[in-house]
Design a protein around this ligand. Structure first.
Ligand code: C2E
Ligand code: MG
Ligand code: MG
Ligand code: MG
Length: 277
């Protein structure tokens, strides 16, 4: 009986591992050709200044629609792309798309910031600054409208603070994504040229039920302001959350309450018509 059970367990784990491997290499192979096969897309999620109920920027988010497997979430394929270095190609691709799009909206009379997520590999790449600069030149996007989003983890691992300053010298700004989920203290972050702190969704999600999370949020907002950072809250879904954030002094927000990530055409409509409410 014991032997049988052990055998079963063994087979179970082998099968799990194999499935994971096949899955992984399949995903990777498919990802290699996804750009050429036109399977990738970009969605844009508004960033809102609640004081004016106005869209002040957007975040570009990568989308992969595979012909057989359907939509594959970034949380599934970005880590694989990151490990294998594929992210460099994807990163250049989305930056070019996003910059072209921003320039188009700009030319249509809508000046909004464009945020693009950068992964560790991109930040560590020796030609990071040149790459970003050449895409900005090629697309004609004004660098002051570009925002690069980094996580605390990427920030810690990027080591070369000087390179981040070089990047910023292009005229763009840097924002710290998912703030509060990593191990950075604001004291430590102060050494990096960060402009904006994005309070992680998990804090926003729980703040209306848990008084200590609410206190934590207010403290992050307060400290960030003292240190001269802008603060934006991500994952805002309810009016209750908005009220708490406004009370705490945070008026920049992003989340399903305002809009999900949408296509460039849908975003253009939102820009023209304004947010409803
Ligand atoms: P992120 O940069 O923190 O992006 C926010 C994620 O939260 C997005 O998921 C967005 O769709 C989702 N979100 C926004 N508002 C709400 C809300 O109110 N409620 C809930 N439940 N979710 C909300 P998405 O698009 O699946 O992206 C997940 C992560 O994948 C991103 O997290 C980012 O880390 C990564 N990612 C996406 N696109 C790129 C990219 O082009 N390059 C890199 N390096 N990473 C990317
Ligand atoms: Mg982000
Ligand atoms: Mg985030
Ligand atoms: Mg996140």
């Amino acid at each position: 009986y014991v032997a049988k059970e052990q055998g079963g367990t063994y087979h179970y784990f082998t099968r799990m591992l194999m499935e994971q491997n096949i899955e992984r290499s399949n995903l990777l192979n498919a990802l290699y050709v996804a750009i050429e096969r036109d399977e990738l897309d970009v969605e844009y999620q508004p960033k809102v200044d609640y004081r004016q109920n106005k869209i002040v920027g957007v975040e570009a988010l990568l989308r992969w629609n595979h012909p057989e497997w359907g939509n594959i979430a970034p949380d599934r394929f970005i880590p694989i792309a990151e490990e294998t270095g594929m992210i460099l190609k994807l990163g250049d691709w989305i930056l070019k798309q996003a910059a072209t799009q921003q320039k188009l909206w700009q030319d249509n009379g809508f000046t909004i910031t464009m945020a693009v997520n950068f992964s560790m590999r991109q930040i560590q790449h020796p030609r990071l600054v040149e790459t970003v600069q050449s895409i900005l030149e090629e697309t004609g996007m004004d660098p002051s409208n570009l925002e690069i989003e980094l996580t605390e983890h990427t920030l810690i691992q990027s080591k070369h603070v000087a390179k981040l300053y070089d990047l910023k010298n292009l005229g763009l700004s840097l924002s710290l994504d998912d703030f509060g989920t990593g191990y950075c203290s604001l004291r430590y972050i102060k050494d990096f040229p960060i402009d904006t702190i994005k309070i992680d969704r998990s804090f926003v999600e729980n703040m209306t039920h848990e008084p200590h999370i609410m206190a934590l949020n207010s403290t992050i907002i307060y400290l960030a302001k003292q240190l001269n950072y802008d603060v934006i809250a991500e994952g805002v879904e309810t009016k209750e959350q908005i009220d708490h954030l406004m009370d705490g002094g945070c008026h920049l927000m992003q989340g399903y309450f305002f809009s999900k990530p949408v296509s460039s055409n849908e975003l253009f409509v939102l820009l023209k018509n304004g947010l409803t409410k």
